[in-house]
Design a protein around this ligand. Structure first.
Ligand SMILES: Cc1cc2nc3c(=O)[nH]c(=O)nc-3n(C[C@H](O)[C@H](O)[C@H](O)COP(=O)(O)OP(=O)(O)OC[C@H]3O[C@@H](n4cnc5c(N)ncnc54)[C@H](O)[C@@H]3O)c2cc1C
Length: 428
């Protein structure tokens, strides 16, 4: 396909956190590419919501320090940070046992180990930033299929009942993995259910969070409380991720708010004082989904379409961001070298570059859940030893901290710098 016959260079199926961030990164770092985002939800950069209303019930994401650096590179961090609560300390503990480990930002010479941002706020910042770029947006519309062509792809789109086709050099699937598109395109996801659900809510406590994120492992599953709601001062709100079995979830959902606060108190203890309020609860079944081969000629998977992790370790979107930058790096290189962006060699290098980080992060978050989800006595003793050991051994603790901060994989930022600073590709 030559540039006269192709409708657009790249189609991104899905304009959620991953798809929208990819579109922005391309607009900033590979502006030569014409990018079209197809999003099934009726949200668009041309008409973003007027205001950000920090709702008591909105979902939030723990952004690692490495993700802050990526957003800085994309010129979005200043805006995002207006409503991002810093995580200055991480406290990991095991209910009813003595092991605990603590990480402190100052030990790593940083202001924060990470940040907590509302998904709604991130979406709004992304939409506003995209509004000033040449990225085209089709919404509400859904990608329903793809056909390979010589040097490109033909993408089938349903837009308000009408069937359309767009040609492009490459399709990136960022649909979150729930629309069935990746299976339709022949990708084979591997899914391992955890047999648990994540219950999400915002909570208020009588003590201030002091910018501390708590990860607490209990015999019925892990729980995380992330500091939330006040970038400038240590507030009393935290974002809760509580893992529960199916039975237990039904039981908790049937409780009054007072009973939920009491159940939380029993599980979590008193480190944040009394739980005084709980917002609306949302819940998600938990599974580990990975796709071993996330690329084909002309098509690549990113974000949750490529990997969905247990949320308690707060790694999913952070890993996705690093993957997006690895892909952008390869698109930049292809454009510079005049190679088709959908070429399997280009997409294969993205997979190769991201693979080690991907494996390490999946293993980190999965082993946290599996080791700390066990109630068998020998395992419990071993994990106590692990937590204590982590606290005492600077090397082990540093590795844990680097993973939590999103700086544990390969040099994630070198590639982001390169298009701007002109670093040689081989150094990436
Ligand atoms: C409870 C919970 C807590 C989490 N907490 C954290 C955390 O603290 N830190 C962290 O790093 N990660 C966290 N994650 C993971 C993080 O939320 C995901 O990694 C991230 O949302 C994935 O974004 P995505 O864009 O890939 O998918 P999605 O957010 O699912 O977006 C997919 C988009 O594609 C659109 N779409 C779907 N099908 C089609 C189609 N056929 N055509 C066009 N558009 C389509 C959808 O409308 C949607 O907008 C958490 C996840 C959960 C469930």
């Amino acid at each position: 396909m030559d540039s006269k016959t192709v409708d657009t260079d790249l189609i991104i199926a899905g304009g959620g956190l991953a798809g929208a961030t990819l579109a922005l990164a391309l607009a900033r770092l590979v502006p030569e590419l014409k990018v079209t985002v197809v999003e099934s939800f009726p949200l668009s950069p041309e008409a973003p919501p007027e205001d950000y209303q920090p709702s008591y019930d909105s979902r939030s994401t723990a952004l690692a320090w490495g993700s802050r650096l990526i957003f800085e590179q994309l010129g979005l961090w200043q805006r995002l940070s207006e409503h991002a609560t810093p995580i200055r300390h991480i406290h990991v503990s095991d209910r009813g046992r003595f092991g605990a480990t603590r990480l402190h930002a100052e030990e790593h010479g940083q202001d924060a180990l990470g940040y907590v941002a509302d998904n709604r706020w991130m979406g709004l910042c992304l939409m506003r930033a995209l509004g000033d770029t040449g990225v085209r947006w089709q919404a509400p519309a859904a990608v329903t299929g793809m056909q390979p062509l010589a040097g490109g792809v033909k993408v089938a789109i349903d837009q308000e009942g009408e069937h359309r086709e767009l040609t492009a050099r490459c399709l990136v699937v960022a649909d979150g993995g729930r629309s069935g598109l990746r299976e339709k395109l022949g990708f084979v996801p591997r899914t391992e259910p955890y047999g648990q659900n994540a219950l999400i809510a915002n909570v208020s406590t009588s003590n201030s969070h002091q910018f501390t994120a708590y990860e607490r492992f209990t015999e019925s599953g892990p729980m995380a409380l992330l500091p939330h709601g006040a970038p400038g001062q240590a507030g009393h709100q935290s974002a809760l991720v509580w893992t529960l079995s199916d039975d237990r979830l039904d039981h908790v959902l049937a409780m009054s708010d007072e009973e939920k606060c009491q159940a939380l108190q029993d599980r979590f203890g008193w480190r944040l004082g009394r739980f005084t309020r709980i917002g609306q609860c949302h819940h998600y079944p938990l599974k580990l989904t990975t796709v071993d081969e996330p690329v084909r000629p002309g098509v690549a998977l990113v974000g949750n379409a490529a990997h969905a992790l247990h949320p308690v370790a707060g790694q999913g979107f952070n890993l996705a961001l690093r993957g997006l930058m690895a892909l952008v790096e390869q698109f930049r290189r292809a454009v510079d070298d005049d190679i088709a962006i959908g070429d399997l060699a280009v997409l294969g290098r993205y997979q190769q570059r991201h693979r080690q980080d991907w494996r390490q992060t999946v293993q980190f978050s999965d082993s946290l859940i599996r080791i700390f989800g066990q109630s068998l006595a020998p395992v419990a003793v071993a994990r106590d030893a692990g937590l204590v050991g982590l606290d005492l051994l600077p090397g082990a603790k540093r590795r844990f901290a680097h993973q939590a901060m999103g700086t544990g994989g390969r040099k994630i930022l070198a590639g982001v710098d390169s298009p701007v600073t002109g670093t040689k590709h081989d150094d990436w």
